[in-house]
Each structure stands twice: as structure tokens, then as C-alpha cells.
Design a protein around this ligand. Structure first.
Ligand SMILES: [Zn+2]
Ligand SMILES: [Zn+2]
Length: 258
């Protein structure tokens, strides 16, 4: 199974709008971060996890024009704003409809933001015969998407919950500030864990930060942890030096084979 980090940035990416780099050195290419998303592909089934505002650029970089399912972790703008491109993306699918996995609250919020996509009175212009459609997931549901077995679990994310996913010995936990005890059981003994580390210190209460994410990785005994959803306070070189063995920063374009 191949995991590609399409975007390792936090909501505003690095540099953020207007060109601000914060603590990040603009000369280090790994500091250039687009909005958070990953692509999972086992050679038979592929899943796009989240469609943020940079999705068009991310798909182009990796030559991705179609995939088998989209998975939404939660309805914040940095994870759904790229849905704008769905009608044109349908042109690559040879008429094959696109399932979009969401929990009920996320679907409700997405339908509020992208109301025109789901209003039958509006004749949205799709290209081709394929259409996106919802598949509701109810964490901690175990799902099968094609050949991929996915264990879902709830994560605390400020005032809302996000959905984490585990596939074999890999898990993806973006946008999280804490885990309910029943979700923690899915995180012990992972080979690879990709987890939220929005800031250098605990300045954003709905996300994690370096010390907290490292402590989780050690508590759960994860072999290799990649910190992601990184904002402009996380300079690649200086923060990498602070991390213990087995913990690294993710970056755009990172590919992991599991
Ligand atoms: Zn986010
Ligand atoms: Zn979020």
C-alpha cells in the first residue's frame, strides 16, 4: 500500500496568503506546504482523503485524475473547499460514479457550504455521466472500500469531532487535539502513524503541537510517526532536530510504502 502526502500544511498552508512564511525558512523546499490531504493506493483501490483548496494543484503534481472513493475527515474548509472541482473531475471517470464517505454531521455541514451541488432545482453542469454520491459512515465502523479495509474512529477536534482511519498497521489522524479512550485502542502498536501537529507549542486548542504529538507516539509505541497539518511555526530543519528517533515531519510529496 502506498500513501502519498498530497498536502502537509495546516489550513492556510505555508507560505500563507500574502506570502508570510512565519518561522519557516523559504529556502527549504519542505517548508512549502499545501492544505492537508493524503492519497492511499494499494494498486487496486485508491482513496483520496479530503479535498482542500489546493486539491487541483495536488492532483496535477501526482498525475491523479481519478480514484475509487473520497473520504472526508471533517467539514472544515481546508478539507472540503476543493469540492468545487467535483463536476469537472467527473469527466475522467468513464461514467463510474464516485462514492464519498462521510459521517452524518460532516455531510450536513458540507451540504450547507456547497448547497448548489445538492439542490436538484439547480442544474449543475457535470462533465460526463459520472456523479458523486454519499456513503454514510458511523465510526467506529469498519468499512471495506474495494480491497481496502478501513477502521474508522472518532477524534476530538475542538468543538467538533473528526474521523481517524486505520488501514492495517497504518493510521491517519489529522485535525485532532485528543482521543476518546475507545479510539486509543486503535493506535497502539502501529507501524506508521500520521498525526496532527499544527503548531510548535499549544497555541491552537483544537489541534496538537510538537510535545503532545511526540508524547502520543511514545505512549502508543508507534514505530514511525509523521507529524502533519504543520503551520508556519514549524520550520522543517529546526523542528526536525528537536524530534526523537522514530518521529519525523511530513512534507508535501512524501511517499510511504507499507
Ligand atoms: Zn485542518
Ligand atoms: Zn479542522
Amino acid at each position: 500500500m502506498k500513501i502519498t502526502v498530497l498536502g502537509s500544511g495546516s489550513a492556510y498552508g505555508v507560505p500563507y496568503a500574502g506570502g508570510g512564511w512565519g518561522a519557516c525558512d523559504p529556502k527549504q523546499p519542505r517548508n512549502k506546504r499545501t492544505t492537508p490531504a493524503i492519497f492511499i493506493d494499494d494498486g487496486t483501490t485508491s482513496v483520496l482523503v479530503d479535498m482542500g483548496p489546493d486539491v487541483k494543484e495536488q492532483l496535477a503534481r501526482h498525475n491523479i485524475s481519478k480514484w475509487d472513493a473520497t473520504f472526508f475527515t471533517h467539514p472544515h474548509a481546508d478539507h472540503i473547499a476543493g469540492m468545487f472541482h467535483l463536476p469537472i473531475l467527473m469527466s475522467h471517470r468513464d461514467g463510474k460514479h464516485l462514492p464519498m464517505y462521510v459521517d452524518r454531521a460532516t455531510r450536513k455541514d458540507i451540504e450547507k457550504v456547497w448547497w448548489y451541488m445538492f439542490d436538484p432545482a439547480i442544474k449543475l453542469e457535470y462533465t460526463g455521466a459520472a456523479r458523486p454520491y454519499w456513503v454514510e459512515m458511523i465510526p467506529p465502523e469498519k468499512m471495506k472500500i474495494g480491497t481496502l479495509d478501513i477502521q474508522t474512529f472518532w477524534q476530538m477536534h475542538g468543538r467538533i469531532q473528526s474521523v481517524g482511519m486505520k488501514l492495517g498497521k497504518f493510521a491517519y489522524s489529522t485535525d485532532v487535539n485528543d482521543f476518546p479512550p475507545e479510539s486509543e485502542e486503535h493506535l497502539y502498536g502501529l507501524d506508521v502513524w500520521m498525526v496532527d501537529c499544527n503548531c510548535l507549542t499549544g497555541t491552537d486548542k483544537s489541534h496538537s503541537y510538537v510535545e503532545k504529538s511526540v508524547a502520543w507516539a511514545q505512549k502508543f509505541g508507534v514505530k514511525k510517526t509523521y507529524l502533519t497539518h504543520l503551520d508556519y511555526t514549524i520550520d522543517y530543519d529546526s523542528v526536525s532536530k528537536m524530534l526523537p528517533a522514530g518521529v519525523e515531519l511530513a512534507y508535501d510529496g512524501l511517499v510511504i510504502e507499507i
